[in-house]
Design a protein around this ligand. Structure first.
Ligand code: ASP
Length: 366
């Protein structure tokens, strides 16, 4: 007897994306969730994948207007083409493959990542709107006294995605090139040096904060809606310095469009061994790795969260995702970390870690 196709896509008769995705998630047709990519399941995939995939819109706004099932929105709280967006686009492709359902990135940028998080906190808890955020989820409560959401109360953690080191970088015509000279230059010219960053609570803000605390300097800080536009200005010498994840700076450093001064990892990176660690460069206390996690709005049914976490774990193991993240020096989460419990305990420890640092720095956004 030939194997029976997975019962997945009888749900194609559903009329809305929500019902289609819910059916995919709940009917057990999520091949990744089951952990068994059987021939039967694979053979069921084309029919299932084609219909919704054909409806993938250019943007989420187009998607809302388009007829047919709506895709899952993976909300990125920063500008397109930055590091968070880069991770999100790679993950959206891998997740879509696991879910056999379209996942599109939606950038809701502003206020150091809090605008996007607030947007998802208010979204319907149906698994159709997810948030890809980073350490900013843990720093915002200490920085924003009137934050419109509570990271603990208003989200269901799905799982940790990966960790990425940061780099301290300078404009291409920065007058000094060695880390030791750069430290001296930053100290001497702190009143006139412009540091670009992605808003209060962003990873680039934290890195700049640690840099300022370590070197006891007070640089001019200019906020952007994400570090993609900030990097653009750095390349054009409209800013002097920036801290950013290797997911954004790696290619620009290699191409000579900016100068790499140091990495914030404990050891040098395999992809850029020429860059000293911050400690080697004489910047103590600037050890920082940026975690990224997947969150759903509070009230999303636990069965959907469980299935999404399983899909996430499989997506993180997909060869294309592993290759591209490895090239960008990211460390992918283990299955234990990429779980609701793993992300929940990370969030707790990060909330506890950052509050005293931010308090000590006396920083408030409002
Ligand atoms: N890297 C940015 C940050 O500083 C955000 C981004 O644009 O992805 O958090």
């Amino acid at each position: 007897m030939s194997p029976r196709p997975a019962p997945a896509f009888s749900v194609l008769i559903c009329h809305t994306g929500v019902r289609l995705l819910l059916a995919n998630l709940l009917a057990g047709c999520l091949i990744a969730a089951a952990g068994m990519q059987t021939a039967a399941a694979q053979s069921a995939a084309p029919a299932a994948a084609t219909a919704p995939a054909a409806a993938i819109p250019e943007s989420a706004e187009d998607g809302a207007a388009a007829a047919g099932p709506r895709p899952v929105a993976l909300v990125v709280p920063f500008a397109p083409r930055g590091p968070t967006d880069t991770v999100a686009r790679a993950l959206a492709a891998a997740l879509a493959e696991q879910l056999r359902y379209p996942v599109v990135v939606q950038n809701v940028a502003g206020a150091g990542g809090t605008a996007g998080a607030a947007f998802v906190a208010r979204a319907a808890p149906d698994g159709m709107t997810l948030l890809l955020h980073h350490v900013g989820m843990a720093t915002a409560p200490a920085l924003y006294r009137s934050l419109p959401y509570d990271p603990r109360r208003d989200f269901e953690p799905v799982g940790r995605i990966l960790d990425v080191p940061m780099t301290l970088v300078a404009r291409p015509d920065f007058p000094v090139r060695t880390p030791a000279d750069a430290v001296r230059h930053i100290r001497q010219h702190q009143d006139s040096l412009v540091m670009a960053y992605a808003g209060l609570g962003a990873a680039s803000h934290l890195c700049g904060l640690l840099l300022s605390m370590s070197l006891q300097v007070d640089l001019i800080q200019v906020p952007y809606r994400g570090t993609a536009p900030a990097l653009q200005d750095l390349q054009n010498s409209q800013a002097d310095l920036m801290c950013d994840q290797t997911t954004n700076t790696g290619a620009a450093i290699h191409a000579g469009r900016i100068i790499g001064l140091a990495v914030t990892s404990a050891r040098r990176l395999h992809g850029m061994p020429f860059l000293p660690t911050a400690a080697e460069a004489g910047i103590r206390g600037l050890e920082l790795s940026i975690w990224h996690g997947l969150f759903a709005p509070r009230g999303t049914p636990q069965e959907i969260i469980r299935r999404l976490a399983l899909a996430l774990q499989h997506a993180l193991a997909s060869p294309a995702f592993v290759r591209s993240m490895n090239d960008m020096q990211a460390v992918i989460a283990t299955p234990d970390q990429a779980s609701p419990a793993g992300l929940k305990s990370l969030l707790e420890s990060e909330l506890a870690r950052w509050a005293p640092i931010i308090r000590k720095a006396g920083q408030y956004a409002d």
